[in-house]
Design a protein around this ligand. Sequence first.
Ligand code: CA
Length: 762
Amino acid sequence: MKKLIFITTLFLSMVICRAGNTIKVTDSPVDYVSTLVGTLSKHSLSTGNTYPAVALPWGMNFWTPQTGTMGDGWAYVYTEDKIRGFKQTHQPSPWMNDYGQFSIMPSSKPVFKQDERASWFSHKAETATPYYYGVYLADHDAYTEFTPTERAVMFRITYPESEMSYLVVDAFDRGSYVKIIPEENRIVGYTTRNSGGVSADFRNWFVIVSDTPFDYVRGVEDENLTGKMEVNASHAGAVVGFKTSKGQKVHLKVASSFISLDQAMLNLNELGDRSFDQIRQAGRDRWNEVLGRFVVEDDNLDNIRTFYSCLYRSVLFPRDLSEIDAQGRRVHYSPHTGEVCPGYLYADTGVWDTFRCLFPLLNLAYPEENVKMQEGYVNHYLESGLLPEWSSPGHRPCMVGNNTASVVADAYLSGLRGYDINALWEAVKAGANSEHPSVKSSGRWGYDYYNKLGYVPCDVNINESAARTLEYAYDDWCIYQLGLTLGKDEAELEQYRKNAMNYRNLYDAEVGLMNGRKKDGSFRRPFSPLKWGGDFTEGNSLHYTWSVFHDVAGLMDLMGGQDRFAASLDNVFEMPPHFDESYYGFVIHEIREMQIMKMGNYAHGNQPIQHMLYLYDWCGQPWKAQKRIRDVMDMMYSAAPDGYCGDEDNGQTSAWYVFSAMGFYPVCPGSGQYAIGSPMFKKMTLNLSDGKKIEISASDNSKDNCYISSMKVNGKKHDANYVTLEQLRSGAKIVYKMTDSPNKERGVSPESRPYSFSDQRQ
Ligand code: CA
């Protein structure tokens, strides 16, 4: 990668305090971010399945260089040689694909087609940062740079000397519109391309204003250059040209809106009269403000780069779709109704992934952002009647569970206020007792069976029924806890209190694991713990059995006590990575990512198991959690283009690293507890939004010293395998003493284990 550029940047523009070999990231954490992590991916093997999002945190629009063809979810792949355009994107993942996309591309020839305008490029002549991207387009001898705000972007294109240099605007196919207004140096248009989850009249309106008059103009109709200044077609575009002198810079101001062309013009105001460099500096400052909540001090530069690259991916999604109208009011396009509605709306997250630790990270480090997201959830509910389990931007049919209950409950139980929690209370109850009429994954598919039988049966044509049941049970616990805090009466809460224990209904004592169960009460036979999918979701029973986030002690009882529980955990790592892919008919990439990691059946590349390492904290063997967590951090994460071990998934897999590097993790969002693992750095400070600080130190930390020999919280010896949100919020000082061998005396008592619903009920 761009080692030279990186090192130069590091020494010239950053404030680094050095004590011995320790690097303290005090001033410019964004310089440690690589946006290319995870881009060396393909269908059959994901090392992140990301693209270099050039954006502001949670921004409405992201921009990416586009190496893939139009419509290809793999928009930017590290090993590709050519760039076809610079795309405004709203894509959360290649599997969900994009919506509202259009692209801009300089060219030395008057061509439109994506393969004709494509240019060779090199990563050596590429500068990729969160707030700025620059690349040399070799075939056009043009250097292209851009720097975004939340809803707008400025391009700076340096052309060679030429009688005519060109600019291609591609509004993509499936229905688009472009109008060239030469007297205003302006191109406007819209794209309708989407992947579902939008209203029928969906449009993303855009405006492009050049600082250089057009000397050549062609409207493009279905890829053909025409004399038309206005094109409404299946695939509309524009090619304009400028006579350019050597090194001439053309600046483009670009903005868009999901509401209207007028609103897109208003959004252009975000750029104001600022220069390219001023916008770039403001973007850099914003990133440093957000990333700077975390200050890392350590001597391992690689780990610091991994950490901030993960933190960057933790603060992109969900995106803020709201816009500010002419009256200064915050409004949004509703993907549910197509109307313009008041207030916030956030999109592009699948909470099956992100309830686990991405939202909990926001609640701890960026609560003010999640307050706005919660208001957005209120609006999703008011506009569609349910909370979207997968929003991109409206309801999308994908994955299982009803984990918006966790997202809502954890936010409120973490102390977030300032939004309509009563509407959200109605929303989570609606979600628990209904199915979305067409998108089965919003609400609860099989809720009637679940409420009647205590589980979703595996023989009633509802796929992945065991995964659904396990997640519904945890979601019921979330609703129950939220209801308690809201002072709801026992009659209303009874259903959720009782159903929170429904995970017990799927424990198959004969096989010692969770299993699909038929309507008549019998378990699925034959049973294979290795079978991915079927009754489970993108995992097998060995992965899903642990999805009892809220009652690990209860699960331990079912399994026959803590020793047998620990042995079952061990077994997952110690067995070979055998698998049964018959449900899919081919080896899905998540299976391959498990198989190749030399960790048995542990599948960190996918979400269902990502909390499992921490469960050793419940069974008196916390040192195994410590060792294995560090192994995963060391082996499965880096700041290289192949730096993830599976789909990154909208911040979830990144936030796992961020939490784990702090030395704790929210196994059960909503419980107010974080299970302890093994801190990554010698020192970390989290500057909370109210000015308090969480200071975490582990001065003798190293790769070998991954075990906790002892720890103190606020000066007091700490034997518990958890810390509480209350402790953290009040500004905790956590001091870990690290060693290279397990301390088998610490954290072994029953009192030291973290929260379990069963413990509380006794
Ligand atoms: Ca995944």
